[in-house]
Design a protein around this ligand. Structure first.
Ligand code: UFG
Length: 335
């Protein structure tokens, strides 16, 4: 059985769905600090399976150990964690405690219960301010905020573990910018309050829930001056985890992959495409650059293609259509 921590959250829920659709047995643990219990009902609707789940905080070792006692866990995919870059600079202690302590506890339990297989949600943020794009996995690592540092620290911990105990199977997945939702419109991203990330923001402007998108800077060295990122459909990302699980189920060692499309789009590209796909006007206003942002960041995804046989199949139009379907289906339901 695969333990999916944070399995009610955005990437976790889509990955749990992919795993269940691939006939894996899954147990979700989540404390619902940034997710909603209705996600579990919707996963049941989509899979016609009973979802196994336990409400707990992964920093609660005793509660988590109960899951290992009750179920035969063979691997863990660890999504649970805090993820807001700006907030991490305001409450670093909470970020380090939550993101690192939970990982240490999970690793300890995986070892104790003889299931040394682990997939970690890392981030393209560990590349800091890369000199060029596309970015491959050998680029130098650096970080500028506590959120990013917590990701890099866990990566370092995992590299130390594999050096000392080579019988672990570990996958480090560095996500670029996940957007979109499952095509059913039943699960998607539901940020609390005003979104930090650009696509949920655009979607709320499209729905009339926010008046205007702030565009953070139009003087970057990019084709239209606004920031360029590698937006990846969350279901493509989910399928990357299924491919990674196949690898760690048969091989020991640690391997690291970028999960991105290899294609960059600017903020204004997103706005234009969103208007075209949905027919909604997106009002925007050019604002000063956001602190810590870089001009351009997109992946070289070749390593994942070569070694995992994984590549993205959904384009920007599909990402926007699915975002919009979820936005409309969730109108009035919970935000
Ligand atoms: N942007 C706006 N207006 C907004 C929000 C964002 O113009 O309201 C711009 C940003 O300046 C940037 C682009 O949209 O150019 C993307 O910004 P996001 O906040 O959506 O995403 P980031 O690339 O800043 O960060 C994301 C994740 C991080 C992760 C990082 C890895 O949120 O968790 O990718 O590259 F670390």
């Amino acid at each position: 059985m695969i333990l999916v921590t944070g399995g009610a959250g955005y990437i976790g829920s889509h990955t749990a769905l992919s795993l269940l659709q691939n006939d894996e047995d899954v147990i979700i643990v989540d404390d619902f600090s940034n997710s909603d219990k209705r996600v579990l009902e919707n996963l049941e609707k989509l899979t016609h399976k009973k979802i196994q789940f336990s409400e707990l905080d992964c920093c609660d070792e005793q509660a988590l150990e109960q899951v290992f006692i009750k179920h035969t866990i063979s691997a863990c995919i660890h999504f649970a964690g805090y993820k807001a870059v700006g907030e991490s600079s305001k409450i670093p202690l909470e970020y380090y405690n939550n993101n690192i302590t939970s990982t240490l506890i999970i690793l300890k339990l995986l070892k104790k219960y003889n299931a040394k297989r682990f997939i970690f949600s890392s981030s393209a943020t560990v590349y800091g301010s890369p000199e060029t794009s596309p970015i491959n996995e050998t680029f130098p690592l650096s970080v500028t905020n506590p959120y990013g540092r917590s990701k890099l620290m866990v990566e370092d911990i995992l590299r130390d573990i594999i050096a000392a105990e080579p019988d672990w199977s570990i996958g480090l997945l560095r996500y670029f910018n996940p957007i979109g939702a499952h095509e059913s419109g039943l699960i998607g991203e539901r940020p609390n309050g005003i979104p930090n990330n650009v696509m949920p923001y655009i979607s709320m402007v499209g729905a009339g829930k926010l008046p205007c998108l702030p565009v953070f800077g139009n003087d970057y060295d990019t084709h239209d001056g606004t920031g360029v990122r590698d937006y990846i459909h969350v279901m493509d990302l989910a399928e990357g985890h299924v491919a990674m699980l196949a690898k760690i189920s048969k091989e020991v060692g640690l391997s690291t992959y970028n999960l991105g499309t290899g294609q960059g789009y600017s903020v204004l590209d997103l706005v234009t495409q969103f208007e075209k796909v949905t027919g909604q006007k997106i009002n925007y206003e050019i604002m000063p650059r956001r602190q810590g942002d870089i001009a351009t960041c997109y992946a070289d995804p070749q390593k994942a293609l070569k070694e995992l046989g994984w590549k993205t199949t959904r384009n920007l139009q599909t990402m926007i259509e699915d975002t919009w379907r979820f936005e409309q289906d969730s109108q009035g339901k919970s935000r």
